[in-house]
Write a protein of this length. Sequence first.
Length: 224
Amino acid sequence: MHKRLVATGWLIALMAAGVCAGDLPKGLMLNLDLRRIEDGLIPNKTLYPLYVPQGDLGTESDSRQTLLIFKEGQHLDIPHSSLLNPGGGEWIATIRVLARTDGIVMSQGNDAEGYVIYIKDGEIRVAIRSDQSTFTLKERPEYGITPCLNQWVTIEVRIKPEMAILLLNRAQVAFVSISEPPSGQNHLIRIGEHQTLPIALQHAAEATPTGFTGAIRSLKILRQ
């Protein structure tokens, strides 16, 4: 197992070395394969090998699916690779989640830019920080709010060069114009509890780093 992890690390480093943002490969960059967890490691079901330490998170499985369970105070960090840095083009993050409580679902970013998916008052929201501005995606009450607690919801965030879009269960529910998409180095991904507020929430009133409790079925990151 140790040799496999070392080889994987070297391969990722070789693929990322000397590659500028415009030359980064397109396609599916991250796709957690929860059904193939082995020795506490979650494999990435793409062409790019990556193993995510499960930590102290538990799982529940049946004949069709495996769920990753998040209890109070728990989180999952995705090991970083340059392949997981948004490069200024279209960036799509999709997570299928069953949330029991409000809180941060996932974030990706560095000290200057990034985005965060979170639940507040039973409503799914997305905050995006880029070009020293913060943009928010959320549903408009007059069109109805998608119930998101105690039921499965597929959350998809599409960040394009001039626009960001929120889709819930494949239906577009919100969009906002942005000056430019987040890009750069060290855009780290975390699911669940945070130690400090992600950059996109640092100016949000009453925001906390508390993570949601519940389960996830899948997480995918796609570069278009």
